[in-house]
Design a protein around this ligand. Structure first.
Ligand SMILES: [Fe+2]
Length: 246
């Protein structure tokens, strides 16, 4: 299916590393979520990202109470092992860890207790149900902002309750949320509605960060094809992407 899709893409000689050398959002710590399963798989993907021109990766394992009961300590310990292996193999690239928080009771508690693992300048990446708006979303964004955090919504284009009526994005953006777009969305990796929503966000200049959201080599293969397309070039031209500041 994807080979057919990629044939129809407008490929350019665009090189993503001219615009972006820091990736935000991936699942590269082995065995702690639905991302990579082994250290070898992790190192293979990180090396491949380096070949694409990336100099820094901020990896973001899921913290989702009912599926992946990760903590700050589990993530940092896993990241340390990945970094040690990179060093052992002489692969020179910076890897840092943060988290992709799922909007659940546990997330609200962690905010309350100030036990979050931010990236960059106190940014917090979070996701939520794909189908229904979580109760108290705006209030939580407000609470995070009041505590000095900068909330970033992971892949806004993928939520069906948002991408079904595009003007909802503008309102959500006004609440103080930053948006992190998955580059694969722009070329249809997640289907038609996320692709249309990604195009809307890109054209309106609503995107703050971009990410690969890589979970496995399959994601990387698609990502590699995506990053040299016209859609991605236009995204970087239309938006003030802040990946280089984190
Ligand atoms: Fe993710």
């Amino acid at each position: 299916m994807f080979s057919k899709l990629f044939k129809s893409l407008n490929k350019t000689d665009f090189n993503i590393s001219e615009y972006c050398t820091t990736d935000l959002h991936s699942h590269l710590i082995p065995g702690i979520d639905d991302g990579v399963k082994t250290l070898d798989e992790s190192i293979e993907i990180i090396s491949s990202m380096k070949e694409l021109g990336f100099k820094k990766l901020i990896t973001t394992p899921h913290i989702m109470y009912h599926r992946f009961r990760n903590t700050k300590e589990i993530i940092l310990d896993g990241c340390k092992k990945v970094k040690e292996e990179l060093q052992n193999r002489n692969i020179d690239i910076e890897v840092q860890a943060s988290a992709e928080y799922y909007f659940d009771e546990n997330f609200l508690e962690l905010i309350e207790k100030d036990e979050l693992l931010p990236f960059g300048d106190n940014y917090i990446l979070f996701e939520m149900s794909y189908t229904s708006r979580p109760f108290g979303l705006e209030q939580t964004v407000f609470n995070l902002l009041s505590k000095g955090y900068k909330p970033v919504l992971a892949h806004p284009e993928r939520y069906s309750f948002l991408n079904s009526s595009l003007e909802k994005f503008d309102k959500l953006k006004d609440s103080g949320l930053r948006f992190q777009l998955n580059l694969n969305s722009l070329i249809g990796f997640y289907g038609k509605n996320p692709r249309i929503a990604a195009k809307y966000l890109s054209e309106k200049g609503l995107v703050d960060f971009v990410g690969s959201d890589i979970h496995s080599m399959k994601y990387f293969d698609s990502y590699k094809k995506a990053v040299c397309t016209k859609q991605i070039k236009e995204l970087f031209e239309n938006n003030k992407i802040k990946n280089h500041k984190i």
